[in-house]
Write a protein that binds this ligand. Structure first.
Ligand code: AKG
Length: 327
């Protein structure tokens, strides 16, 4: 309703509704980053607008998480094979010794064709929050389980501060959201997420590999410049707690100083009404080149594939109507 009124005012030529005649209640009109009439309370909408993230406690049950953990282990040992899945190994652990199973794996991604893990992306409890940001037509775009290993002493278990939009050739950013669920208790000792609240209102920045002595994991690009004085929030979460965050929010995660593996499962969602963009000549060219290099390794060197094609292959409709981004 508020959107429709805004459109009418625009057509009338004023661009902005005039206060004296506005009938829009403040709560329905004032938020930029979530949809009117969504599941979020006014307070939650206000919080997300201001900070760019929102934690929902206890959203995913322990049973579901245990099922995803078990599946992850089977993927790591090779007992379950998922077409197209990418298994990434820690830069330091993989070099130093032969480590079997899940212990050398930092991340599995692109598991959208696995019926068990994909249940996470279709979980109605999660989707009702996702819809608050994307609107009703939703595609799952990017799937990951992150298995942050105990740090081998080289600080390679850190994830540099970055903006997820760097990886995505689709827009608008405000119709994209990440859902990230802790698969066990996460805190500063095992490398919880760290966010810069409010950074989602800025621009997409240049990203590159950080110059870290111990090396950096593949594809772990970091933001080149952000103010070290910007306040940080460490998101300490219990198993099943889920954080939703905006793709321009600057975030990363710390070193895992424990002996256990810190696991999280996540999916990036976008409205199917989003559109693909050409990243040639933009700061995203470096990640596009690297993504295509990996795709050529996966599908064979001669394949003609674009950055958009890689994302078209990943995208799966999970709710509502298909669109340009997912058919
Ligand atoms: O789970 C983590 O440690 C960080 C994950 C993350 O930010 C990402 O993969 O984009």
């Amino acid at each position: 309703m508020a959107d429709r009124l805004q459109t009418v005012f625009r057509h009338l030529g004023s661009g902005r509704p005039q206060q004296a005649i506005s009938t829009i209640p403040v709560s329905a009109a004032a938020y930029q980053y979530s949809q009117p009439g969504c599941i979020l309370s006014d307070e939650q909408r206000r919080f997300y607008d201001k900070n760019g993230f929102l934690v929902i406690k206890n959203l995913v049950s322990g049973d579901k998480i245990d099922k995803y953990k078990e599946r992850f282990q089977k993927v790591c040992t090779g007992e379950v094979k998922i077409p197209g899945v990418i298994i990434m190994r820690d830069v330091a652990i993989a070099k130093s010794e032969f480590v079997p199973g899940e212990h050398a794996v930092t991340k599995i991604q692109d598991w959208m064709l696995d019926p068990v893990l994909f249940e996470y992306c279709c979980d109605p409890e999660i989707l009702k929050y996702v819809e608050a940001f994307t609107g009703p037509d939703i595609a799952a775009m990017h799937t990951m389980i992150i298995n942050k290993p105990p740090d081998p002493g080289l600080k390679t278990s850190r994830h540099p501060m970055h903006q997820d939009l760097h990886y995505f050739p689709f827009r608008p950013a405000d119709r994209i959201v990440c859902s990230w669920t802790a698969m066990e208790k996460v805190d500063r000792s095992n490398g919880c997420l760290v966010v810069l609240p409010g950074s989602h209102t800025g621009e997409l920045k240049q990203h590159d590999y950080p110059e870290w002595e111990g090396g950096v994991n593949k594809m772990y690009h970091g933001v080149r410049d952000y103010s070290p004085d910007h306040p940080r929030v460490h998101l300490e979460m219990e198993k099943g707690d889920t954080v939703f965050f905006h793709p321009i929010l600057i975030h990363g995660s710390g070193m895992n100083r424990t002996k256990g593996f810190r696991k999280a499962i996540s999916c990036h969602y976008a409205s199917t009404q989003c559109h693909y963009i050409d990243v040639e000549g933009t700061t995203q060219e470096n990640i596009s080149d690297e993504t295509l290099e990996i795709a050529r390794k996966k599908f064979g060197g001669n394949i003609k594939i674009s950055f958009k094609d890689v994302w078209r292959l990943r995208a799966r409709l999970v709710k509502g109507q298909p669109g340009e981004i997912a058919e």
